[in-house]
Design a protein around this ligand. Sequence first.
Ligand code: AMP
Length: 189
Amino acid sequence: MNLILFGPPAAGKGTQAKRLVEQRGMVQLSTGDMLRAAIASGSELGQRVKAVLDRGDLVTDGIVIDLIEERLPEAEAAGGAIFDGFPRTVPQAEALDRMLARRGQKIDAVLRLKVDEPALIERITKRFADQGRADDNPEVFVTRLAAYNAQTAPLLPYYETQGKLTELDGMASVETVAASIDAALSIVA
Ligand code: AMP
């Protein structure tokens, strides 16, 4: 099974993805994690994208599409992927559908974690204080949220039209969100 955890930054996608990895043995494919790893390693890609992440803008579609494509065989071998932070634009979603179709696969479910903006800002302020991730600083976060609203939210009708979208209350506790994800997946599986 391949699923997308969908939502704005700080909606809880990473937390829920890690739980699904532990419980179901699926592979988490987080383009944000991959890009941060590239930056930390000092690779040519890392050097190219660092300024973009620091500003809170999106990197170009081709970069993240290539990163995902490289990891699809591993996810397939594990029984499925949890896409976290990808796709973030309509062209990325279309490319993902094509890449999966070439492998005889598809997206089975898109789970949207709905969290309102005041709650996101409260979470990010706390995460910035706890972890000090540079792009969680409040000014950069405004840009990340704007990128979500302008470029990523338009994906919702894309998946709704395909009948794959389930909306979940991401404001609830981690445990309650986990239970609602399990309930949604039990219908798909
Ligand atoms: P995240 O950890 O998912 O919030 O991603 C951190 C940053 O990495 C984002 O603010 C973007 O700069 C970049 N990024 C991650 N995933 C994507 C994507 N699918 N498309 C474009 N940029 C991305």
